[in-house]
Design a protein around this ligand. Structure first.
Ligand code: B1N
Length: 834
C-alpha cells in the first residue's frame, strides 16, 4: 500500500504540472535526449552523468529562459519601479532541483530520468555549488531574490561574477586545507553572457579642477586605468515560474582600446600585465565572514561592481525617461547589502554632479531617495573603514565627494541638532581622525540612505541604542527592523520531500507560499499517528545523513541516536568551542561513570574557518582531534560520537538540516545579528538550544518557551558583567568539571605524543580574557543539555516539540521579510507577467 500511495501522490503532482507547463515525463525525456544530441554533442550510449545533468538543465532552461524574456519585456513595457539589490555575495548553491521545484516539474523530471535508467538525485549531485558568498549574508541575498521572484516584484540582483567562489575545505590530519573552488571550469548552463551590455569603469588617476565661463567649478577625473565589466545573467525562477527575474554578475576584463593603444604604446608585455591585473578584480571572493580585511583589491571589487551596476541602471532608466532625472527616485531603489556596496553613494553623486551637471543639492536629494542600507553586524572588526590614503589613490574623485557630503552633513544636520558639540561631530563624521585617517563606510551609508535596517528585533534595537544612537536622534524613524527569513522552497519543500509530502496531506498545497498555514500542524502535535509519521521521516532523513557521514568521514553513527547539529561559519563569537568543551565534559562523565544516564548522542559540525583566522582553525583542529579520540574509544560503547563534516556548503546543508534533532544556536548574546540557519533547522523540526540572541528570541516567541531550550546570559547581563570586570578564571576555579576539561587541552590526551597542541584554545579562554564569555555560559549550557536529554527520552514529548517547531516557523519565510521591505522601505507594486 505504501508504494501505491506513493504512485498516487506522484500522479497528482504530475497532473498539476501538466496543467501548468504542458509536459509529461515522456515529453521531458524527449527534450533531455534531444539536448543530449544537439546541445551536448553526444548520445545515450556515450553520455557521462555530467552530460545528462547538462542536458537536463538545458531542458529546464527551455521554460526558464522563455519566462525570463517574457518577464523582462513586461517590466520594460510597464516601466515598473524596481529594487536593485547590491551585494558582494550571492550564495546560490545548486539550481537544478530548485528550478524544477519552482516550475513544478520535479516529479516529471524524476520520472523522465527514471525512464532513462538514471537516478534523479545522482544527476543532481553532478552540479557544483555556486558558492559566491561566505555565509548568512550571502545566503540571505539568495533567499531574497527567490522571494522577490516568487512574489512577482520587479527586482534585479547585482554582484560579482567571481571565477573562484568560497574555497573548498579539506580536512587533513584534522586540519583545514583550502583549495580553490572552480565552479564554472567546465561551463555553467544557468548563465548567459551579455556582451551587448558591457560597461567601462575608471580607476586611479587624478582630479583636475576647472572653471567654466560663468566661473563655476568643474571637476574632471582623469583615470589611470579603465576596466571592462562584462555582465553574466542568471535567471531567478519564482515559485510557480510566473516571474523570472535576473541576477546580473559582473566579470572584469582588460579594456582593449584603452590599455592596448593609448596607455601602453610602450609595449606588448606591459599591456599583458595590465590585462592580468584587470582580470584579477573578479578572480576570487574574499573568504572573510564578519571581518574586514581592508585590502586594496577588495575596495576595487566594491567600486567595480557598484559602478557597473549604476551605469546599467541609468542606461535602462534613460531608455524610458531620456535625460530627465526627475523620475529617477520613483523608478529606482537600491538596497545596500551591508556597507560593502557603500561606494555606490558617492558614485551616483559623481555621475549626477560631474556628468549630468546637476547642482549638488538636487543630486543629493535624488541620492537620499534612492539608497537604503541593511546593517548585518555590530562586531567592531567587521565595520568597514578604508584609509583615506588608499581611497585617494584608487578613487580620488570619490574621496572629494565624500568630504563634501561630510562637511555639509556636519554643518547642516549635526550642528543644528547638537550645537557646538565637537564630541558628537567627531563620532558622526564620515572621516575618523587619528594616526591614520579613515573613511567610515557605516556612517556614509546612514547619511546617504533614507532607511537603515537591522536584521532581527534585538539587533535593530542595538543598532539604534549602541551603534548609531545619535543618528537615531537626528532622524527618528530612519533606523528600523526587518527580521530575516529563509525560502521554504529550498529549505523545506526541495530539501525535505518526505516531510513536505506529509505536510501537504494535512495543509493546503500552497503552504510553500503561505507558510503561516503550517500552524494547522499544531492541532496534530499530540496526534499519535501523526507523531509517528513525522518522527519516522526524521529517522529516515537521519539514515540518509548517516550514509553521507560514513562516506565523508568513515565514521559509523546510529540513526536512533540524538543528532545534534551546529552548522555555520567558524567564529569565536558563534562559540563552537563551547559546544566542544561540553562534548569533552560528556566524554569525561562517561569515562568516570559508564552508566551515566544520557541518550545516545551524535554531535555534528560543519564549518569553514577564514584562511587567515588562526584561532578558528585551531578550533577546527581541536574538534577533529576530540572526534578521533571519542569515536575510537570502546570504553564509552558508542554512546557518544563526534563528526566534523568537511566542506560545509549549501548543498551539504540541504542534507544535514532535515536530519537534525537539535539545533545549536549558542552565540554570546548581542553578537549574532540574526542567524538564519536557526530558522532552517527549526522549520525542519529541530529543537533549538540557544542563547537569547538574534532571531533565536523571535523563534522562541513563535514556538513558545516550552519548545526551545534557552540558556546563558542576556544582552543586559553581558553588559553588566563586562562593566563589573569579567574574569574567566573565577569560572575556571569555581567549576571542577570545567577546570578538568580545560586542563585536558594542556595534555596529549587528544593529540598523542604532542602535549599542548591544543593549548592555545585554553589560553584564549583564560589568559586572553575569553572575549565571548564562553566560561560564563558553560554551566548554564551544560544544564540546558541535561534538559534536552530528558526531553528526548520522552519520545511523545519530543515529537510534540519537533512538530510545534515546524508548525510555528511561518514568520521566518523570506517572503515575509521581502513584504516587510516592500511595505516599509521599497514601496513596490507586484507586476503580473502573463
Ligand atoms: O549576516 C546574516 C545574519 O543572519 C548573521 O547573524 C550575520 O552574522 C551575517 C563582512 C559579513 N554579518 N556580517 C557579515 C559577511 C562578510 C563580510 O565580508 C561581514 N555577515 C553577517 C544575514 O543577515
Amino acid at each position: 500500500t505504501k508504494s501505491t500511495t506513493r504512485r498516487k501522490k506522484s500522479a497528482s503532482a504530475v497532473s498539476a504540472s501538466i496543467a501548468q507547463f504542458g509536459m509529461t515525463p515522456e515529453q521531458f525525456k524527449e527534450c533531455v535526449v534531444r539536448h543530449l544530441h544537439v546541445s551536448l554533442g553526444t548520445d545515450e550510449n556515450k553520455a557521462s552523468k555530467k552530460a545528462w545533468w547538462n542536458a537536463t538543465c538545458a531542458a529546464v532552461n527551455e521554460i526558464v529562459f522563455e519566462r525570463a524574456t517574457k518577464t523582462q519585456k513586461t517590466h520594460f513595457q510597464k516601466d515598473t519601479r524596481a529594487v536593485h539589490y547590491l551585494s558582494l555575495e550571492f550564495l546560490m548553491g545548486r539550481f537544478l532541483k530548485n528550478n524544477l521545484t519552482n516550475i513544478g516539474l520535479t516529479e516529471v523530471a524524476a520520472q523522465a530520468l527514471e525512464q532513462l535508467d538514471l537516478d534523479f538525485n545522482e544527476i543532481c549531485e553532478e552540479e557544483p555549488d555556486m558558492a559566491l558568498g561566505n555565509g548568512g549574508l550571502g545566503r540571505l541575498a539568495a533567499c531574497f531574490v527567490d522571494s522577490l521572484a516568487t512574489l512577482g516584484y520587479p527586482a534585479i540582483g547585482y554582484g560579482i561574477h567571481y571565477e573562484h567562489g568560497l574555497f573548498t575545505q579539506e580536512i587533513k590530519h584534522g586540519r583545514q586545507l583550502e583549495r580553490p573552488d572552480s565552479w564554472r571550469e567546465y561551463g555553467n548552463p544557468w548563465e548567459i553572457c551579455r556582451p551587448e551590455s558591457i560597461q567601462e569603469i575608471p580607476l586611479y588617476g587624478y582630479v583636475e579642477t576647472k572653471y567654466d565661463e560663468n566661473g563655476r567649478i568643474h571637476k574632471e577625473w582623469h583615470p589611470g586605468r579603465i576596466i571592462k565589466g562584462v555582465p553574466w545573467d542568471i535567471p531567478v525562477v519564482g515559485y510557480g515560474a510566473k516571474t523570472v527575474n535576473i541576477l546580473r554578475l559582473w566579470e572584469s576584463r582588460a579594456s582593449d582600446f584603452f590599455n592596448w593603444d593609448v596607455f601602453n604604446a610602450g609595449g606588448y608585455l606591459d599591456a599583458q600585465v595590465e590585462n592580468v591585473q584587470a582580470e584579477t578584480i573578479s578572480k576570487v571572493l574574499y573568504p572573510n565572514d564578519n571581518t574586514d580585511a581592508g585590502k586594496e583589491l577588495r575596495l576595487i571589487q566594491q567600486y567595480f561592481f557598484c559602478a557597473c551596476s549604476i551605469k546599467d541602471i541609468i542606461r535602462r532608466y534613460k531608455r524610458a525617461h531620456g535625460d530627465n532625472w526627475d523620475n529617477f527616485p520613483a523608478q529606482v531603489v537600491m538596497q545596500l547589502n551591508d556597507t560593502h556596496p557603500a561606494v555606490a553613494i558617492p558614485e551616483l553623486m559623481r555621475i549626477l554632479v560631474d556628468r549630468a551637471e546637476l547642482d549638488w543639492d538636487k543630486a543629493w536629494g535624488i541620492c537620499q531617495k534612492v539608497f537604503a542600507y541593511t546593517n548585518h553586524t555590530l562586531l567592531p572588526e567587521a565595520l568597514e573603514k578604508w584609509s583615506v590614503r588608499l581611497f585617494e589613490k584608487v578613487l580620488p574623485r570619490h574621496l572629494e565627494i565624500i568630504y563634501e557630503i561630510n562637511s555639509r552633513f556636519l554643518e547642516e544636520v549635526v550642528e543644528p541638532a547638537f550645537p557646538d558639540n565637537d564630541e558628537v561631530k567627531r563620532k558622526l563624521s564620515i572621516i575618523e581622525e587619528g594616526h591614520e585617517k579613515m573613511v567610515r563606510m557605516g556612517n556614509l551609508c546612514v547619511i546617504g540612505s533614507f532607511k537603515v535596517n537591522g536584521v532581527a528585533e534585538i539587533h535593530s534595537k542595538l543598532v539604534k541604542s549602541d551603534l548609531f544612537p545619535e543618528f537615531d536622534k537626528i532622524w527618528p524613524g530612519k533606523l528600523t527592523n526587518v527580521t530575516n527569513g529563509v525560502t521554504p522552497r529550498r529549505w523545506l519543500k526541495s530539501c525535505n520531500p518526505a516531510l513536505s509530502n506529509l505536510i501537504s496531506k494535512h495543509v493546503d498545497e500552497d503552504w510553500p507560499v503561505h507558510l503561516d498555514k503550517l500552524q494547522k500542524l499544531n492541532d496534530l502535535a499530540d496526534d499519535k499517528k501523526f507523531q509517528k509519521e513525522f518522527m519516522q521521516i526524521k529517522h529516515d532523513n537521519k539514515v540518509e545523513l548517516a550514509k553521507v557521514i560514513k562516506e565523508l568521514t568513515n565514521v559509523d553513527v546510529d540513526p536512533t541516536a540524538l543528532f545534534d547539529i551546529q552548522i555555520k561559519r567558524l567564529h569565536e563569537y558563534k562559540r563552537q568551542q563551547l559546544n566542544l568543551i561540553h562534548i569533552m565534559a560528556l566524554y569525561r562523565r562517561l569515562l568516570q561513570d559508564p552508566d551515566y544516564d544520557m541518550p545516545k548522542r551524535v554531535f555534528i559540525f560543519g564549518a569553514k574557518a577564514a584562511p587567515g583566522y588562526y584561532m578558528a582553525k585551531e578550533i577546527v583542529y581541536a574538534i577533529n582531534k576530540v572526534a578521533d579520540k571519542v569515536n575510537n574509544d570502546s570504553r564509552i560503547k558508542d554512546k557518544l560520537k563526534v563528526v566534523f563534516l568537511p566542506n560545509y556548503r549549501v548543498s551539504l546543508a540541504e542534507k544535514m538540516i532535515p536530519a537534525a534533532d537539535v539545533s545549536e544556536q549558542i552565540s554570546l548574546a548581542g553578537k549574532e545579528a540574526s542567524g538564519t540557519g536557526n530558522m532552517k533547522l527549526a522549520l525542519n523540526g529541530a529543537v533549538t538550544i540557544g542563547t537569547l540572541d538574534g532571531a533565536n528570541i523571535e523563534i522562541a516567541e513563535e514556538a513558545g518557551e516550552d519548545n526551545v531550550v534557552i540558556f546563558g546570559l542576556t544582552v543586559d547581563e553581558v553588559k553588566a558583567k563586562k562593566a563589573e570586570g569579567y574574569n574567566p578564571w573565577d569560572y575556571y576555579y569555581a567549576n571542577e568539571e570545567l577546570k578538568a576539561v580545560l586542563d585536558w587541552f594542556d595534555t596529549d590526551y587528544f593529540t598523542p605524543g604532542k602535549p599542548g597542541e591544543l593549548a592555545e584554545i585554553k589560553r584564549s579562554l583564560l589568559d586572553y580574557g575569553d572575549t565571548y564569555m564562553t566560561l560564563a555560559d558553560y554551566a548554564s549550557y551544560s544544564d540546558a543539555h541535561k534538559k534536552i536529554d530528558a526531553l528526548y527520552q520522552d519520545s511523545a514529548k519530543w515529537a510534540r516539540m519537533a512538530i510545534v517547531n515546524t508548525a510555528t516557523m511561518g514568520k521566518f519565510n523570506s517572503d515575509r521579510s521581502i513584504q516587510d521591505y516592500v511595505n516599509n522601505i521599497w514601496k513596490l507594486d507586484p507586476c503580473n507577467v502573463e
